[in-house]
Design a protein around this ligand. Structure first.
Ligand code: C5P
Length: 232
């Protein structure tokens, strides 16, 4: 497993994402395709970006009954992405079913990682809306542990949680962390942020970076800066 920078391609059309990716004439970055682009363009966008030589994290955050998730994961597995995800809140049984569905006949499969609590959920909304009374940091660690028990490869978490996840679930358990900003950059709507260099120090395995690259005047230079700070 290598440290890598994953670009969040949060665009609403194929045209926009290709205009962006066409700028990368050298190394083809690892990209994240989320719900916005997937729902706009369907599986064809995944195949085309793959054909262009990019690794893909398909971020669709599945959460349904185990049987439905298992069958959906089997379909996603055929898209030949490198990484995909689900909500740990769907239970350990759902995560086990997902893994089964994702595994191809030859035993190979994309990496499967779990979302613990979304970073948009805070203690108050968790207690009031979800009636979960435990401290959020413990809920995150418990969900990460469940994902590990179910056989998943890792979790999406804030860079601030990555070190603790490794302590609880082992160094080999992958942490994928959004909320990354350059020291001199705009924070935007992210609340808890870290620079690529800090994320590296704390032990993130992959950082997911969107607007600091997609909205930069020179996206390729911004990407290369991330790689230099995080990977080298
Ligand atoms: O533009 P920005 O760098 O904030 O993009 C971060 C990406 O990571 C977005 O695609 C966002 O949906 C995703 N993400 C996040 N926080 C989470 C989970 C996913 O920012 N907890």
């Amino acid at each position: 497993m290598g440290k890598d920078v994953i670009i969040a391609c949060d665009f609403d059309s194929a045209e926009k994402v290709f205009a962006f990716l066409d700028k990368f004439t050298g190394k083809k970055p690892f990209v994240k395709i989320g719900m916005e682009l997937y729902y706009a363009e369907g599986p064809a966008i995944v195949r085309e970006i793959k054909r262009r030589g990019h690794k893909i994290f398909l971020d669709l955050k599945l959460h349904d009954i185990p049987n439905t998730v298992k069958k959906s994961m089997a379909v996603l597995s055929r898209l030949d992405v490198d990484m995909t995800n689900l909500h740990a809140a769907g239970t350990t049984r759902m995560m086990e079913a997902a893994l089964e569905g994702l595994t191809r006949e030859d035993g190979s499969r994309p990496m499967l990682i779990a979302v613990t609590q979304l970073t948009s959920t805070d203690q108050e909304s968790m207690e009031k809306d979800l009636l979960i009374k435990e401290p959020i940091a413990e809920v995150v660690m418990h969900y990460a542990h469940n994902a590990k028990v179910a056989g998943l490869d890792g979790v999406v978490c804030s860079p601030l949680e990555a070190g603790k996840v490794h302590e609880r679930c082992g160094e080999g358990f992958v942490t994928v962390t959004p909320g990354v900003r350059f020291a001199d950059g705009d924070v935007g709507d992210q609340k808890r942020v870290m620079t690529p260099a800090e994320a590296k120090k704390i032990g993130s395995d992959y950082i997911v970076v969107g607007r600091p690259i997609t909205a930069a005047a020179d996206p390729v230079a911004a990407y290369e800066r991330c790689v230099a700070e995080f990977c080298d």
